[in-house]
Design a protein around this ligand. Sequence first.
Ligand SMILES: *Cc1c(COP(=O)(O)O)cnc(C)c1O
Length: 373
Amino acid sequence: MTTPILLTPGPLTTSNRTRQAMLVDWGSWDERFNQLTASVCEQLLAIIDGAASHHCVPLQGSGTFAVEAAIGTLVPRNGKVLVLINGAYGKRLAKICEVLGRDFSTFETAEDQPTTAADVGRLLHADKAITHVALIHCETSTGILNPLAEIAQVVKHHGKRLIVDAMSSFGALPIDARTVPFDALIAASGKCLEGVPGMGFVFVDKQALSAAEGNCHSLAMDLLDQHSYMARTGQWRFTPPTHVVAALHEALLQYAEEGGLPARHQRYAHNCKALLDGMAELGLRSFLPAAIQAPIIVTFHAPQDPRYQFRDFYERVKARGFILYPGKLTQVETFRVGCIGHVDANDMHAAVTAIAEGLQAMGLTLSSIGAHA
Ligand SMILES: *Cc1c(COP(=O)(O)O)cnc(C)c1O
C-alpha cells in the first residue's frame, strides 16, 4: 500500500528519515536520549532567538496539552485573561480558561477578520483587571494570520503579559523573541517542523516562569515543575515520548539542512500559491483574501452543488492519494487543504488534479463547480 499524502495541518506528511528515526527504542535514563532532548530544546530556542530570554519547556501530549499547561502555569489564580478569538482555536483558549477557573473575557471578530492591535489597546484600556492576553497566531480553523508583532507591542505597552498559541505557524513564519515580547509561545512537534505528533513545547519567559510558583492547579501540567526537574536531572519528569523526541531531532536536522525558517517559509508559500492557482482554475474560491492568508492551510468554499458531500469527496480524493481536511466554519460550508508537511509544489499540483478528478467522479462538471463564483 502506498501511503496517502496528508494535506492536513498535523498530523502531516513526514519524511522517510524522520519516520526511520523512530526505529530505535530509548531508555529514559539513557544519557544519549537526554542529550537528544537537550539538543532539541536548544535548536527550538534558536529558531526564535530566545536562548537569552526564554526557556523551552517540552511537554508530553498534543498541542492543546501545552496550551493548557501554559495558561495554568502562568496565569495566577486571581489573574484575568483577555482571549482574542477569530476561530475554533481561539474559542478553545477561552474554554481552557473556563475549565481552569481563570477569570477571562473574550473579544471575537469574524472568522475572516484579524484581531488588530488597536482593538487590543482599547480593550486593555477599558479593563484594568486584565493581566494576560491570549492570542492565536495563525488560526488554523481558517488559515488567517493575526498581527502578532503589533499586538505584542501593545500588550507590553500596557504592562500586560502575552500568551501566544503559535502551533501552526512556529518554524515557518518568523517570530523573534528579541523584538516580540511574550511570556509564553506554544507550538508542537507535529506541525511546521514536520515531526510526528506527541509533544508540545512552550517558550516561556525565564522571569515569568520563576514567578509562577504555586499557580498551577495540576501536577502533570505544571511547566515550572517540568522545567525544574529537567534542569536538575536532564530527564523528563514523567515517561518521555521517546520516539517522538527522536523523530523531532531528526526533523530538526532536516530543517537546518533545508535552510531553516526562510527555506521552510518559502516552500510552504510555493505550496500555497500552487494550490490557490490550481484551485482557482477549477473555479474553487478560497475563503480568505490573500493579504490575511497564512501559507499554512487554505479554506475553500465547497462547491454549490447538491451532489457535493464532503465525506464522498474526501473518499474519492483519498483514493487518488491525498487526505483533505473538513471545514471548521459555522456559517459556510467549506473544506481545507494544508500546505505544510514534507510536500512540495509538485505534490500540490497533483493534489489539485486529484481534487478535480474527484469532483468530476461525483458528477460535478467544472462549470457547475465554478457556477457560484
Ligand atoms: C494544531 C493546533 C493546536 C493543537 O491541537 P491538538 O489537537 O491539541 O494538537 C492548537 N492551536 C492551533 C492553532 C493549532 O493549529
